[in-house]
Design a binder for this molecule. Sequence first.
Ligand SMILES: [Zn+2]
Length: 430
Amino acid sequence: MPDFDLAINNADYLVTCNSKGEVLRNSSIGVRNGKIAEISSATLTGKENLDARGKIIAPGLINTHTHLAMTLLRGWAEGVDLQGFLEKVWAAEGAIMDGPTAELGTKLGALEALLGGTTTTLDMYLFPEATHRGAVSAGLRHVAGPIFFDFPGLDGMEWPARLEFARSWPERLRKIGGPKIPTYLMPHATYTCSPEHLIEIAELAQELDASIHIHISENEKENQDVKERYSKSPTQLLKDSGILNRHCVYGHGVHLSDADLKEMKNAAVAHCPGSNLKLASGIAKIEKYRRNGIVVGLGTDGCSSSNDLDMWIVMRLAGYLVAQTNGPENMAAESIFRMATIDGAAALGMADSIGSLEIGKSADIITIDLNSPHLIPIHDVFAQLVFAAGRSDVNDVFVDGVGVVRDRRSTQLDFEELRAEVINRISTLK
Ligand SMILES: [Zn+2]
């Protein structure tokens, strides 16, 4: 009888991202019931066995802010800032987006994410049941949640219906299934949800024991607009509404004042350098946030702003920006890799179950093939991961111990079929 359901054996490097930052050489990992059951220098025996010689094993990457369905609008809004972007994209969404289309776009996004080594995403979008079904069908750990705007969105929901839907969200989620996730409510932003509505969301979050995900202080104009309307910063609005009493993940958080940072004891930041640079939103001072005790994870944002779901590029950009703003001596590749893994898990409130390779945690694991000219020799494994490796080097991806990507191919979805569906669906967009 094999000891494990899955054994990944003899990896050149096993990057744990545990609290000691251990990197083990020539090591193996054994998985039982979807959880990491053994880490050893011996060769293990599983029902399924994978030889990881010539590979790095690492925790799956965690994308802490995205809109997966927007893969369908990649390249649709170019040469614009945040406000111009919203105008163009909302019009396009109005033309094509409904539940089935959101499901299709999310399937595509989930496939892209997984093939690139991302195993968990915090995904804000309309039609969350549909998006969740799409992502789960690809095998992704998909943290979804009901979205809130003051106005009826494309889903046609008036405010009371939106609240009612959100109240039933945990039950709806249970019915769809998929890898375990916490409950999230997702007000879009303080410029699209009134203070009164934010209070109702905070109360509902309390009732459901839910976390909050919201876009905050993405660019200066957003801060100015909110200040003009309410004489407060977006963070002050969150505080006054009670939202900041809950665990909260800020999408972007580029322009946060010292006063804002003081209010963020329960709030983490999803740093999205690709999107921020492309929309010229500014540079988030993440080292300062971290010095203030704020957890920072990394995110891609949606594909219509930053055009891809590539967490490897996000890691590089995050590293370059820290070097540029704080000096290269303050930019450690290891700390960037941790932002994409264990810190991302902590940002999502999931550090007890994902984000590192440790016994008892969910087996969300990736292998990175080192058999390429750009990945030899290795002097510093973290520098290699952050500044040299890319998503095409990801060979295998496991979520809860299930090999959802093997040898660079999805085991869950037929890409040819998906491609035909996407092209057909998008053909009406003008
Ligand atoms: Zn966003």
